[in-house]
Design a protein around this ligand. Sequence first.
Ligand SMILES: [Zn+2]
Length: 293
Amino acid sequence: MTVRGIGKASIAKVEELCGPGFKAGRMFPRFNQEAFDAQKHWMVSDHVEPGSDRLVGSVHTWIVRTPHHTILIDTCLGNHKTRSAPNWNNLNTPFLDRLRDAGVAPESVDLVMCTHLHVDHVGWNTKLENGRWVPTFPNARYLFARKEYAHWEDERRQKDAQSVNGGSFDDSVLPVVEAKKAVFIDTDHQPDSLLTIEEAPGHTPGSIVIRLSDAGREAVFSGDIMHHPVQVYYPEWSSQFCWDQDMSARSRRKVLEHCAEHHSLLCPAHFPGANAGYIHRAGDAFRIEWDRP
Ligand SMILES: [Zn+2]
């Protein structure tokens, strides 16, 4: 397992799933075949399935350990959950065993943070116990961005459970609130002396970016501000799952500019392969230099 250091903190990744998903042309409403083909030489086969243009994506959790806390950022899909997408339905993966192998027992997690509340970022917030959804990490506080939570709570008032983030608001978010483990945070909240939070709306209304900084080094956990590394090269390509295409593109560019300026390690939620990298300016856009420790 790859463990990266940022000052006194460490970062590791636990994967739930990885494989080819949507075709690029379906994923990005602003897709352009010629532009996509120009990047294929480095994307195939780690990031694009050979012959199909299907985008390879990973679903993973970032473990951050600081001198004070063990923190999980984004909690994947979870087990035994009814989902409409066949490859996400009723999963039974050894995710918790992998987490333990990484040295993290569920009881040892202090903070769970979700960059946003989509289905593939909240799943392991809860587990099934005696027919009920209960918090998977019994000693953790779960930090939800207030604006993000309010948006989905409002959606839920108007729609049935399955229509709100594939049912995950009801089985992976509400049970945490009911167990009184949720803390609603604004972006001025500092959960650890090494962590800061920034608003990055567009993919969802209340998406956040989490920064880990120590000893002059920084890592940026960007959630779904980008789904795929081709978006580093074409930052205007928002995904079909973005709530607001233009706002999402503005947030993406802002995160990329920040990473390029500060030599920050970009740690997105779905990049496979090396999973993280450094961003450099390239004309009007950017390029990624993979971090392969
Ligand atoms: Zn996602």
